[in-house]
Design a protein around this ligand. Structure first.
Ligand code: BG6
Length: 308
């Protein structure tokens, strides 16, 4: 598995973008606090127009920031995250694929997609003022022994006054491939204990904090303890209700994971004691009982739109 992302790619990307407002810069420039002295940094794709601005790490095609013009930052990135090649970034929107949770042998959580270098394959200015970029990760069966299939994953990102993401996965091998996917979004919240999530009431969930017991959600979701739940067959829209302005989450995914580590943050080095208050993960996904099988030559597509 490739782990190194040479920063020399930066020059190449700078030359090839046709779209005004699209560029690659080093994470040492944008996130100096998330580096140790002498760190090489990660290449970050900045996509900016009159409607909004997004930043993605090419590692993992990982959204780090989204700010519609005149509005506050939507995503949380942990102050304890370290931006180092091959290490998952804590915060933003990790893409978990081609599996979710631990691998069968327990060695690799949430798939290899989030720690590998993706490439930018398209960029364009759209007539409505938004900007579209497409990132790709492709490889053969040797990329990951835990998932031995030739594949092509593509993430389409449309940055405007909302953020629209579409993940397309193709199994290019001759055998069927198990597949799960999550947009593992960390929303920035003023105080997680005061946040509410609507749009999950009356749906069934698997409670990871209670041995995957199946339960039914009563009313809005509130966070009062360590929370890790997989909601199944959810409505298209959830609303994250917070004092600084509600966020609407719309997707055709079947599931929603709600996760906050609460005071267990002290045991998670890249979150850190006290920092659980600043985020809530509401992840639209097809996981657990709703994971899929990609037939030989088959594909999967899922979209999510985030807006204030
Ligand atoms: C959530 C899972 O999606 O991700 C949790 O439901 C997990 O069980 C969390 O702890 C964070 O995972 P990671 O690998 O990024 O620490």
């Amino acid at each position: 598995m490739k782990k190194e992302i040479p920063l020399s790619v930066q020059a190449k990307f700078d030359r090839s973008f046709q779209t005004t407002g699209v560029k690659v810069i080093s994470s040492t420039e944008l996130y100096p606090a998330l580096h140790l002295a002498g760190d090489a940094g990660l290449p970050l794709l900045v996509v900016e127009n009159n409607l909004g601005r997004a930043v993605l790490a090419l590692q993992g095609a990982h959204l780090m920031s989204f700010e519609p013009s005149g509005k506050r930052e939507m995503l949380w990135v942990s102050p304890k995250s370290k931006l180092v090649a091959g290490v998952p970034i804590r915060g933003g929107i990790p893409l978990c694929l081609p599996w979710f949770g631990p691998s069968k042998d327990g060695s690799l959580q949430h798939g290899f997609g989030r720690i590998m270098p993706w490439s930018v394959v398209e960029d364009e200015a759209c007539p409505d003022g938004s900007t579209r970029v497409v990132l790709e990760l492709a490889g053969d069966a040797s990329v990951c022994a835990l998932w031995p299939h030739a594949f092509r994953f593509r993430l389409k990102v449309v940055v405007g006054s909302s953020l629209k993401l579409t993940l397309h996965a193709e199994n290019q091998s001759a055998t069927a491939a198990p597949f799960a996917f999550a947009f593992h979004t960390y929303f920035s919240v003023p105080d997680v204990a005061a946040a509410l999530v609507s749009g999950l009431e009356n749906t069934a969930y698997l409670d990871k904090m209670d041995n995957m017991a199946r339960k039914a959600q009563q009313g809005d979701v509130t966070i009062t303890a360590q929370t890790d739940r997989v909601y199944l067959d959810v409505p298209a829209v959830q609303t994250l209700k917070i004092a600084t302005g509600n966020v609407e989450i719309e997707s055709d995914a079947k599931c929603a994971v709600v996760w906050n580590c609460w005071t267990n943050d002290k045991n998670i080095g890249d979150i850190g004691e006290g920092n659980h208050t600043g985020y809530l993960c509401v992840e639209r996904c097809d996981v657990a009982e709703r994971a899929v099988t990609l037939a030989a030559g088959g594909g999967y597509r899922m979209s999510m739109t985030l807006s204030y």
